[in-house]
Design a protein around this ligand. Structure first.
Ligand SMILES: *Cc1c(COP(=O)(O)O)cnc(C)c1O
Length: 447
């Protein structure tokens, strides 16, 4: 099976200058003068075109894209179907504000979300601009519905950079450091982290977490449990079987709104439409963004009609939420996913990557763990023979890959997780080539 995409730019890794090349270096110098130092850049190659599985920079270098702009361009950057839909919409009108004079695209995206998200109960959706904004709104909705205040999140969780979502995010540096005080009534409980839980099973970890909720917060005070089915920025941590389901069941038994943050794991990324499906969990609310609209800014909260409709009229919204151009992109992206069986494309990427990474792990003992699902895969690097995070190796490998034309990302609470988020349109030979570069990186870094 291959992704049915006509790649308009050559699908190849091609380096014609040093990395970064002179044009990118010049742009980066202007960036330093013009852009806040707080806005970091992982790899300062300035992109001019992209598509399929590659990014082309201002110097004509062609990189294999193993990041998809952090799990956003799932259907391929500048997917021709999305481009066409955006061009048509942009020529008709760019904005009216849905809250003032509505348009069909917004309603159609909500209909699509209500159809593709887990569960066949009656649903409603609301559209926003960013993942963090979707989380903020999910919390508003859950509080309004339950008339409770507490929000429970997980260790290693990531939910965004606004004030409420910073408080919900676990990691201090770089997300929270020096930015407090944070919003009250946010409580953190243990996640399931199989590699570091010393053999504790999923249900046992859930027991620890829910006991904490009972003792320290009181279930009757909890409006929402907000969690990622696979922890993204925390290190692509796949919880032990049973943990996720047990947390959802606990929420149900206690009148707590269970919110699945599928902003990174959703839209076919993990080999299902949504990662919650893997454990047959039907969340009360689900937040989406990233993969929803192939890079156009769009996010959503989707969930049970009685919860979503509990909010007073006018309580949700925003000037740009559900922008018509972003909606056109989302409809084209979702249509592409349905026509091309996108979950199967993600599983195919997994079936190439996991065996290859297992081979590498036999050769390089620094690979302590291989995990993830579909096109959301990671390796956790340790100092050989220990559980100590090997952050230096992750950084060295990242640098090697970047220098050799592969865009890669690190992540994790300890910065020692090397993660892969290729677009589902990645040609498989390029995927193999990227893994070959990774192998060379290991050889060089561990020599
Ligand atoms: C990226 C992300 C967010 C925040 O989304 P933004 O669009 O950057 O605001 C929230 N939750 C998860 C799981 C994410 O991966």
């Amino acid at each position: 099976m291959t992704a049915v995409v006509h790649h308009e730019i050559p699908q190849q890794r091609l380096l014609v200058t040093e990395i970064p090349g002179p044009r990118s270096v010049a742009l980066q110098a202007r960036k330093t003068q013009a852009v806040s130092n707080g806005v970091g850049v992982t790899l300062p190659i300035y992109v001019v075109r992209a598509g399929g599985g590659v990014l082309i920079d201002a110097d004509g270098n062609s990189f294999i894209d193993m990041g998809s702009g952090i799990a956003v361009t799932t259907v391929g950057n500048a997917n021709p179907d999305v481009v066409r839909a955006v061009q048509e919409q942009v020529a008709d009108f760019t904005h009216t504000c849905f809250m003032v004079t509505p348009y069909a695209g917004y309603v159609e995206v909500c209909e699509a979300l209500n159809r593709v998200t887990p569960g066949d109960h009656e649903k409603r959706s609301a559209l926003l601009n960013s993942g963090a904004e979707a989380i903020e709104n999910a919390v508003k909705i859950a509080r309004s519905y339950t008339r409770r205040q507490a929000v429970v999140v997980l260790e290693h969780g990531y939910h965004g950079r606004t004030n409420l979502t910073m408080g919900m995010t676990a990691k201090s540096m770089p997300y929270k450091h020096s930015f407090g005080p944070f919003a009250p009534e946010v409580y953190r409980v243990p996640a399931s982290y199989p590699f570091r839980d010393r053999g504790l099973k999923g249900p046992e970890m859930a027991e620890i977490a829910t006991t904490r909720i009972d003792r320290e917060i009181g279930a009757e005070n909890v409006a929402a449990i907000v969690m990622e089915p696979i922890l993204g920025e925390g290190g692509f941590i796949v919880p032990s079987p049973g943990y996720y389901k047990a947390m959802a069941d606990y929420a149900k038994a206690n009148g707590i709104v269970f919110v699945a943050d599928e902003i990174q794991s959703g839209f076919c990324r993990t080999g299902d439409w949504f990662a919650s499906e893997f454990e047959d969990v039907v969340p009360d609310l689900i937040t989406t963004a990233k993969g929803i609209a192939d890079g156009m800014p769009l996010a959503a909260v989707t969930g049970r009609a009685e919860i979503m409709d509990a909010v007073h009229p006018g309580g949700l919204g925003g000037t740009y939420g559900g922008n018509p151009v972003a909606c056109a992109a989302a409809l084209a992206a979702i249509d592409w996913m349905e026509r091309n069986d996108a979950p199967a494309l993600a599983r195919q990427i997994e079936s190439v990557m996991i065996p290859r990474l297992r081979e590498l792990a036999l050769q390089f003992p620094a690979i302590g763990d291989i995990r993830g699902r579909g096109a959301m895969i990671a390796i956790e690097l340790v100092k050989p023979g220990t559980m100590d995070p090997n952050t230096e190796l992750a950084a060295a490998l990242n640098k090697y890959c970047h220098q050799h034309g592969v865009v890669t990302l690190t992540t994790g609470t300890y910065g020692n997780v090397f993660r892969f988020l290729p677009p589902l349109t990645m040609p498989l030979p390029l995927l193999e080539e990227a893994l070959g570069i990774l192998q060379q990186g290991f050889e060089e870094a561990t020599r």
